[in-house]
Design a protein around this ligand. Structure first.
Ligand code: ZN
Length: 301
């Protein structure tokens, strides 16, 4: 399904109108964390600030700070500070088109909330958005870019958009005889559609993956109510899906959060098949190195 709508992008940068607050335990480590999302000056981008560490070191939300970690996005700065599981919060900010924000956090990992990014969106919208005077520098993709992994089983492509809209088209396909059936979803990236169709989609795992992760010491505090756990027969343990295709929608949520690490909003058609955090980061890096700008194609103020 392709959800279509007018290609309207706010031509000026946005930040929060007031401070937003949210707290909860991290997905992997279960440590209670408190977040304060603060308004930031134009051109600041998204910046994490570890207020629990001496000197309150900052970590820029940029692909150059991504450090290798399985199943999540971890950002680490050269000053030694790091923040784990940033992708859902980044997706909320990108989905709502927030350009500038300082995220104060008093722990190493972003709260898991309900496994989706809807609670982050709700906190941001409750604080309100403030349109800033500086124009938004849109990256208009005019040449296709593609990366792949696992001999082409996983791939992600960025293709020029011919109508000025940004869309994401994702296919999840783990092959035959898997607990999660293959599914596809396409979405046009407006804040309204993001809120309704993507933001509520929760993290999912297979039961045997949970067991393996817990043996490694991760997610020991989690139950089936904290995220979507698929049993081997495809049923969901102690929970209920929000949509039959909730997994593919969550993969789009992750993709939006990871690609936002390229540092600026882009206009393109994204087509992905089985792409996970690792491949999303490679594409974010590719996007970050594109220097071509076409200001004449930006929306008029
Ligand atoms: Zn996720």
């Amino acid at each position: 399904m392709l959800m279509s709508c007018d290609a309207t992008v706010q031509p000026r940068q946005q930040t929060l109108a007031r401070t937003a607050m949210i707290s909860g335990r991290g997905l992997f480590h279960g440590v209670e964390a408190r977040l304060r999302l603060l308004p930031a000056e134009p051109g600041s981008g998204i910046l994490f600030r570890r207020v629990d560490l001496a000197g309150k070191p900052e970590v820029k939300a940029h692909v150059d700070n991504v450090t290798s970690a399985p199943r999540r996005t971890v950002l680490a700065a050269s000053n030694g500070a790091f923040v784990e599981t940033t992708e859902h919060l980044m997706s909320a900010l990108a989905g709502l088109q927030v350009d500038n924000c300082i995220i104060e956090i008093n722990a190493p990992e972003v709260p898991a909330v309900d496994g989706s990014c809807l609670p982050f969106c709700e906190a941001i919208l409750e604080a309100g958005l403030n349109i800033q005077s500086a124009p938004r520098d849109l990256l208009i993709i005019d040449e296709s870019q593609g990366v792949n992994d696992r001999a082409g089983e996983q791939w992600i492509e960025i293709i020029p958009s011919f109508d000025g809209s940004t869309t994401i088209d994702y296919r999840l396909d783990y092959g035959p005889q898997t607990a999660i059936p293959s599914q596809s979803f396409s979405v046009s990236m407006t804040p309204e559609i993001f809120l309704k169709e993507i933001a509520p989609a929760r993290t999912f795992v297979l039961k045997n993956e949970v067991e393996a992760l817990q043996i490694m010491g991760f997610g020991k505090h989690l139950t089936g109510k904290d995220l979507v756990v698929f049993d081997t027969d495809g049923s969901v343990i102690d929970n209920k899906l929000r949509w039959p295709d909730e997994p593919v929608r969550h993969k789009i949520l992750d993709c939006i959060g990871d690609l936002a690490l390229n540092g600026q909003m882009f206009v393109a058609r994204v087509v992905a098949r089985r792409s996970g955090h690792k491949l999303n980061h490679v594409m974010a890096k590719t996007l970050s190195t594109i220097t071509l700008r076409q200001p004449e194609l930006q929306w008029a103020a």
